[in-house]
Every structure is written in C-alpha cells, then in structure tokens.
Design a protein around this ligand. Structure first.
Ligand SMILES: [Zn+2]
Length: 612
C-alpha cells in the first residue's frame, strides 16, 4: 500500500531540525501521496516562512499541506519528539497514527510506535525498535554500503580529518566548544572543518579549516571526513551510513545516556575530554558502535522506512469496535498488533497491521482446526453438539421462572453456525433453527446433510426476511464469534432489532480476566489469535450489553480447568475448590452470556440516537 500519508514533524525552536529533515526525506522517497503539515499559530514553533528559508531548495509547494482535515489519509506520522494528548486529539484526523520516537503522552494512544533511537524510560514498549530507520535515508540514495566496518578505518578515501556538525541550529554553540576542545587536545585548527546549519543565528569566528553551510542534504558532506563531531540525534547515524566515524559532544546528560545506549563514543557533556580524544584517534576501530559490525544499520533493499510503512496496514479504524469511542490507552504493543482498552466502555481491542484478512474457507475448518484441536470440525461434531444441548438446558433453566417461554416451537438463529452442531441440538429440542456462516462449505453441509435452513451471509449485511422469510427470532446465538467482529457494537444493535419481544442473546467468548490471562496477562494477549478483534470479560460484557439494550441474566463457565491454577492454590483449594472459584469469580478461560432483550421503553442508560 502506497497511499496518502500526512507527516507532522517537530518544528520546535531549539529542538533541532533533524525530525523535519527526515520527514522531508520520507516525503521525497514515498511512492504515494505524502504531505507535510507545519501546524501554524504556535510561537514556540518555527513558522512556515522560516522553515522554507532554512531549506530553500526543497520543493515545498509539492509537499506542504495547509488544511489536513479536508482530506482523508491512510496514515498520520508523528515525528515530533513529544505529543500531548490534547495535541494528539487535534492532529490524528481519525486515521491510524504512527509515532516515531514519540516520547510524550501520545505514546499511549498512537496506533503503532516505532523507536529508532534508544529509550532511557522503561515505559511503553514500541511495536518496533529499528535503529536502521533513524536517518530515514532511502537505500537507493546511498553510494556505498554501510555495514562494512573496514570502510570506517580505511582512511585513504577520506579527504579531510574532522567535520564539526551540530545540526541545523546549534543553540548551545557546541561547534565552538568542540573546536576549542579538539585544538587543546593537539588537533591542528586547519584540520577541522565546520558545517553550519541553516537555523544558526551567529557566525563561526574562529580560525579553522573550511566553513560549510548545510541544507537538508548536509549529510552528503560526511563521506569526505574520517571523523564527524556531533551530538546525539540523526547526525551520528548519518555519519555511519556515509562511512565516517562519529564522535559525540552532548548538550545534556540525557543525550549522553542515549548516546551510550546507542553505542556511540562520547567526548563529554558540554566539554571535550582530551584523554578521550587521544584514545579515539589512537584506536579508531574501537569507537564505532558494536552494531555497525553486526550490520544492524545496513540499508539493503527493502529496508527503508518507506518500504516498511507500505507493508503495514491497519485492519480496523482506530476506534472501539463496541462503542466506536476513540479515547483509548495502549495495553501492549507487539510486532504486528497493538492492544488498547476503550476508556468509554472498558472493552479491550486490538489493531492488527499484518495486512491480510482471514478467510473462513474449508481450510479453516479442516486444516487450521485440526492443527489447533487435533481433529477436524466434522469429527468434533458430536462433542460440540453435546455442548449445545448443555447450553440449551441452561437456557431452559434461565427461563424456568418465565412460564410463558418454552423452547419448543421457538425460532433460533445461530450466527457463525459452521457445520451446524448447535442447530442440530436445537432442532432435537423442538426449536426451529436457522444458520448463517461465511463458509460456503459449512453451509452446504448444514443444508444438504442436516436439512436445516442456512445461508452464506455476513451478520453485518444479513437480512432474515430475504434469506428465510422470517422477520425476527426468539433466540440468537453466537458461539465464539463476537470476538471476531470488527463492528461488534453495530452487530449487537442489529441483533436486538432481529429479536422478538423478550428474546434471548446467548454467546460465548474467551475471557480476558480468566485464569490463563491472570497468570500471564501479556502472553495471553500475545497468543490471542490474530483474528480476535476484541477481548471480553464479564464486567465489561454486562456494561456493554446494558448499553445495547440487554440484561445479562446469567453467566456460565462452560468448562473447568483446575490444572491451570497455580500449584499452591490447587494444593490449598483442591480441584473442587478451583472449579468453584472458576464459577463464582468468573475465572474460566471462556464464558457464556445469557442475556435478555429489554423492552425499548424500559431501556435505561442506553445510547440514544443513531450511531452513524
Ligand atoms: Zn468502547
């Protein structure tokens, strides 16, 4: 996918121009439509005229976007160091967001996070930590491969020894400081060239080698130098890509710690250690980060950020599948998924970035099912049917105090009926069953072998009067289906509309607060199948169903696994005790919900008005 991307770089004064520069590079190399947004109206930011004056050769008119809310974007990329929730709310434009080295509150809410720099804070893990993306250079723009360490120590191709390059702005005048430090360490002033960035306001007055002025492509100078003296940021990464060796003089202890973590060699914080200069000059091969030899920064074909970005695609919009709220906080980030919790209704959901959509074909029921459960779905039919009978007898017990309701003669729609074991069980109870499923193979089996009315349909677009000539049902069931639905909230509304007065919604789903999740919260989510969009728990289910016009009548724990409890608990409570705990505290790894439709008039706290 090479669609439309909106790039929002940091343009904070004294914040350096590196973030802006790499977004300019991304814009140039992006194969789709890339636009750069310089948010106006903030006095601590550079304004558009200033930014343009720093880089007059860049084709701004092709890339500047002034009204980003008038277009739709596939991604919004934040490369702005630190973004508050308030700023995020203003700048996400309702589409998936990618935070690059995001260090602010937006770290908790961005759809996807890529860290190219190391982080000191141990807070939210990124989806990817990729130092190779730091300078955001398209590999095709490089003359030389970079992973070969001999490039750095072979001085014959270096024309000049030292270049001082302290970014576009150099607000701390580190150029002067580093120059003095090198000279007092014995380096000849003529051997030191100075690169002055476009936002630097004061001239460099010391007697030195050449003075160069750098634009957004200043890194092109680096290949001529053996040493590039700089501070932590994009420049040391660029220097390595261009085959020279960075030496760092940092403005703060914070930058110093980042440098160390990234493996760069530092001469000091706002000072130059003579001892360290002499060491570096005597042992140039040892002052390169160890990962240069490991080839981590090597930019082979397919390793540019742009190509990475075109390979990831969010499968759902960044909003809650149940209540459609956008206020969420991240729970975990994995390579291909981010898990969020909705702050509105408490539902956990994940965004998946792998790009492909699962198809429930015959392979799903035969091969994948066999791999997961050791037998095919059809081979499992009688066992699932027995489970179905238990569910129906539980439903009958729920109804026992409602004499007007008997299962006999009642209509039932099973959503995601697969090969129909529950339909078969319902028919044996005297019910009138109907089934829908996405799989044509499964539906053919239900129609031809079981002789039960069934049709291939997606619940979101299904019309019972067209498919079955039926306008409403007494019972609608979804066994392990609801967690797959990207628009579960709309489906609940639809189910409510399809149920007759006092009708029942019954479903089962994995339990996000069950014993396995309690034992390992993170790995439970990491191992959750990629096509599970939502993770439910009993409290959240009751809350969501109440808002959707249902009352949860009972929650059932369908299977017991005392062996999943910690051994001490098992020892103290015994097997029966563990089973009781599963039932009482809803600790089962799955749970079933038996909920009854509330009459519209008596619905309390339900959302009013249309959702769309
Ligand atoms: Zn929600």
């Amino acid at each position: 996918m090479n669609g439309s991307i909106l790039l929002i770089p940091s343009i904070r004064r004294k914040g350096g121009l590196g973030h802006l520069v790499r977004m300019m590079r991304l814009a140039l190399s992006w194969k789709g439509q890339a636009s750069i947004f310089l948010e106006p109206g903030n006095p601590v930011h550079w304004n558009e005229a200033e930014v343009r004056s720093f880089f007059p050769n860049f084709p701004w008119d092709r890339f500047l976007e002034r009204s980003p809310d008038s277009r739709t974007w596939d991604w919004v990329i934040f490369d702005r160091q630190s973004t508050s929730l308030e700023e995020y709310g203003r700048l996400h434009f309702g589409v998936p967001t990618l935070g690059l080295d995001e260090g602010g509150e937006a770290r908790l809410v961005c759809s996807f996070l890529v860290d190219t720099f190391p982080r000191i804070e141990k807070d939210v893990e990124p989806n990817r930590a990729e130092p190779r993306f730091a300078p955001m250079i398209d590999p095709s723009a490089l003359d030389t491969p970079s992973s070969d360490a001999s490039l750095h120590t072979d001085t014959s191709r270096r024309i000049r020894p030292f270049l001082l390059a302290f970014g576009g702005e150099d607000p701390y005048r580190l150029s002067e400081l580093a120059f003095d430090g090198l000279v007092t360490s014995g380096v000849s002033p003529e051997d030191i060239d100075v690169l002055l960035g476009p936002a630097r306001t004061h001239p460099f007055k010391k007697y030195c080698g050449r003075i160069l002025t750098g634009g957004w492509d200043a890194r092109n100078h680096f290949s001529q130098y053996q040493w590039v003296v700089t501070s932590f940021g994009l420049t040391p990464y660029e220097a390595i890509l261009e085959g020279s060796t960075p030496l760092l003089v940092n403005p703060t202890q914070y930058h110093e710690r980042l440098s160390k973590r990234a493996g760069f060699f530092s001469l000091g914080v706002r000072r130059v250690s003579r001892r360290r200069v002499r060491f570096a000059l005597a042992h140039p091969e040892t002052v390169l980060p160890s990962w240069v030899q490991g080839g981590q920064l090597s930019l082979e074909k397919g390793s540019s950020f742009g190509e990475f970005l075109s390979s990831i695609k969010a499968d759902i919009p960044p909003q809650c599948p149940l209540c459609e709220g956008r206020d969420h906080r991240v729970i975990y980030r994995f390579h291909d998924r981010s898990f969020f919790q909705c702050r509105g209704c408490g539902t956990e959901y994940r965004m998946y970035f792998g790009g492909h959509k699962k198809e429930y074909t015959s392979e799903y029921f035969f091969e994948e099912y066999r791999q997961q459960y050791g037998k095919t779905y059809v081979e499992d039919f009688s066992q699932i049917k027995e489970q179905g009978k238990k569910r129906l007898s539980f439903l009958r017990r729920c109804l026992s105090n409602q004499s007007s309701f008997d299962l006999k003669g009642k209509t039932l729609l099973d959503v995601g009926c697969a090969f129909g074991p529950f339909l078969d069980a319902a028919r044996e109870e005297g019910m009138i069953p109907f089934g829908i499923d996405l799989s044509a193979v499964a539906i053919r089996y239900v129609q031809e072998t079981l002789g039960v009315p069934a049709t291939v349909a997606d619940i979101e677009t299904f019309d019972p009067s067209v498919s079955f000539g039926v306008h409403s049902f007494d019972v609608i069931s979804l066994w392990y289906v609801i967690e797959h639905l990207p628009w579960a909230g709309l489906v609940l509304e639809k189910i409510r509309d399809m149920l007759g007065r006092g009708g029942w919604l019954i479903f089962s789903t994995p339990n996000g607060k069950g014993i396995s999740s309690l034992r390992s919260h993170k790995s439970f989510r990491e191992q959750s199948p990629i096509d599970h969009v939502t993770i439910w728990n009993v409290t959240q289910a009751k809350n969501v169903l109440r808002k959707s016009g249902f009352r949860v009548f009972a929650v059932r724990t369908p299977s017991h696994h005392p062996e999943r409890f910690p051994s001490l608990v098992r020892f103290l409570m015994g097997e029966r005790g563990c089973r009781a705990m599963e039932t009482i505290f809803h600790l089962g790894d799955t749970f079933e919900v038996y909920a009854q439709k509330i009459d519209h008039d008596s619905r309390s706290g339900a959302s009013s008005g249309p959702r769309h």
